[in-house]
Design a protein around this ligand. Sequence first.
Ligand SMILES: Nc1ncnc2c1ncn2[C@@H]1O[C@H](COP(=O)(O)OP(=O)(O)OP(=O)(O)O)[C@@H](O)[C@H]1O
Length: 273
Amino acid sequence: MPMSDKPFIEIDHVTFGYNSSRTILNDVSLQFARGKVTSVLGGSGCGKTTLLRLIGGVHAPNSGRVIFDGETVNTNDKAQLFRLRRRLGMLFQFGALFTDLTVLDNVAFPLREMTDLPEELIRNIVLMKLNAVGLRGAANLRISEVSGGMARRVALARAIALDPELIMYDEPFAGLDLVSMGVAAKLIRTLTDVTGATTLLISHDVPQCMAISDAVVLLAPGGRIVAQGTPAELMASDDPETRQFVRGEPDGPVKFHYPAPPLEEDFGARASA
Ligand SMILES: Nc1ncnc2c1ncn2[C@@H]1O[C@H](COP(=O)(O)OP(=O)(O)OP(=O)(O)O)[C@@H](O)[C@H]1O
């Protein structure tokens, strides 16, 4: 198949646990298409962030392979990791910005760290990135002076500072109000379309992900893949587990209540009362 049809990221029969007593991902195989937005949805603790760490080469799988644009990621090969990470932009949960620095200095940070570009050029690149997220006018504000939604957009500008081919977003909508959430979602879509970057999104926010993704993967504990497909395919699914997830139905195969003893036992009421 031509190079452009090959997935940008391939997770090939990956099994991983942080320690030998518990497997987090069990024989997971996934593909992330080049230039597309793919969302990975799933409840807390099912291994979404772990998946991003494996792609970034933070941890090595116990078995299986992570393939980054045709190259198998080898966490022992520092030169390869440096090269691959240079092609990767990451937006962490809650931004992880330097609150005492200005918006401009935050976005300039990866450019100053990773390149030898002259300061004047860095400034121009930063202003272009800030323009893309609508914040050129806020360049000289400190992070402590901007709103949560603006801070998230600064983090976005920083994630795209080095023109990454792969952008990974960890919970980009967490803690945002609905309007800021919509703005962030639309931006992620636009940035993907404009830059052609492969975009990977992990989130709990089903509606936002459905609205902007080309493909969606539903993960369950153990990294079990419940369903994958286009948002329309998932919305139309008649599989009960998928329906419960994408429609946010409170009860279905995944129960609302964590298993508990009967109410009367916990509250001391007798069945005859
Ligand atoms: N560094 C670590 N060492 C040991 N266990 C970890 C580590 N990081 C995560 N875990 C465990 O691995 C499991 C999966 O965590 P992970 O963060 O990948 O889940 P997640 O799907 O991203 O969850 P959330 O949506 O809550 O962020 C969890 O049970 C977590 O406690």
